[in-house]
Design a binder for this molecule. Structure first.
Ligand code: GDP
Ligand code: MG
Length: 324
């Protein structure tokens, strides 16, 4: 049996750069047991002054675009520059699909044994808010530990990208060249939060398609964005190209942000707190048996034209609120 660690052991281990302790600290924040959660909160409070110094970068893209391959290649590029890298993931579907997105270590063969890299798969959980909250605490622990860069990977499905965008400073969206229908693959929401778009697989016979996709995305960005215009770049995880340009873009983002970074982080945190509360309210609503019955009744009445739709909505809303 491993010895139970106390708060001071966790703090000392993290300060001393003990990777085994970092791992156990993350396991602690992921634990559902009440006494673990209490200790985890104390730990986060304790290490808070050591946080804030890393580059927090989100990476997303549809399944198959090459996220794992890119993280392997880009991660090796970063560690070869002497940077220390942590890779975390947010994937609330991992329980359903039976394996986390970072479980795929075969695509990260070199990175996963790199002493300057720490890879941690997505915590389990069905609620996006819950999974993200644990990833956030892991991110803080990794920062306190002294990682220069924390990458947070998520799959390009559902709400998870918006959530990841709340936790990171810079959001990198990976795309791939497709048979002329590139624009169909664009999800408006994600295009609106990306700080940089990279068309991966820009190699071999994909090259022309990749260049075409780049132009299409540039046009789309022009239409969709009025604030800052994210650049569109080409890269290849397999040929290891485009990495320097991507890193320069990230670096220049941090130089430009300077004082504004704290503001951006503060704003994101506020938005995220709101998201989490809304998720809780939605869960309460959807799991309430009386509301389920009332929903069904009202639905039928509206269908049968016995009730006005707005009347039904008001009634359901008041019923839900009245229970609080
Ligand atoms: N040609 C080419 N194939 C790539 C590249 N990056 C990834 N792939 C391939 O695309 C497939 C999906 O890659 P993977 O990293 O697992 O994608 P993920 O699902 O986004 O993590 C694999 O067969 C990879 O070998 C690349 O830069 N060029
Ligand atoms: Mg993958």
């Amino acid at each position: 049996m491993r010895k139970n660690l106390e708060l001071k052991d966790y703090v000392a281990g993290i300060k001393a750069g003990d990777i085994a302790i970092l791992s156990r600290a993350i396991t602690l924040v992921e634990s559902k047991r009440a006494e673990h959660q209490k200790l985890a909160r104390e730990l986060i409070q304790e290490i808070m002054p050591l946080t804030g110094k890393s580059h927090r970068i989100g990476i997303s893209g549809s399944p198959g675009v090459g996220k794992s391959s890119f993280i392997e290649t880009f991660g090796k590029y970063l560690t070869s520059k002497g940077l220390k890298l942590a890779v975390l993931a947010i994937d609330p579907s991992s329980q359903i699909t039976g394996g986390s997105i970072l479980g795929d270590k075969t695509r990260m063969a070199e990175l996963s044994i790199d002493p300057n890299c720490f890879i941690r798969p997505s915590p389990s959980g069905k609620s996006l808010g819950g999974v993200a909250a644990k990833t956030w605490e892991s991110l803080l622990l990794c920062e306190a530990f002294g990682f220069d860069v924390v990458l947070v990977e998520t799959v390009g499905v559902g709400q998870s990208e918006t959530t990841v965008a709340r936790l990171v400073d810079f959001f990198l969206l990976l795309m791939q060249p497709g048979g002329g229908d590139d624009l169909q693959g664009i999800k408006r929401g994600i295009m609106e939060i990306a700080d940089l778009i990279c068309v991966n697989k820009a190699d071999g016979e994909n090259m022309n398609q990749a260049k075409l996709a780049k132009r299409n995305y540039e046009n789309a960005v022009h239409i969709l964005r009025v604030d800052s215009m994210p650049k569109v770049m080409l890269c290849s995880a397999i040929k290891k190209t485009g990495l320097e340009d991507i890193w320069n873009e990230i670096e220049s983002f941090y130089i430009k942000q300077k004082g504004a970074l704290e503001k951006k982080r503060a704003k994101n945190l506020g938005l995220w707190i709101k998201d989490m509360i809304l998720e809780k309210i939605q869960n309460d609503f959807e799991s309430d048996d009386l509301i389920k019955i009332a929903m069904e009744e009202n639905h039928q009445k509206v269908l049968n034209q016995q009730k006005n739709i707005l009347e039904a909505v008001d009634e359901l809303y008041l019923k839900f609120k009245g229970k609080k």
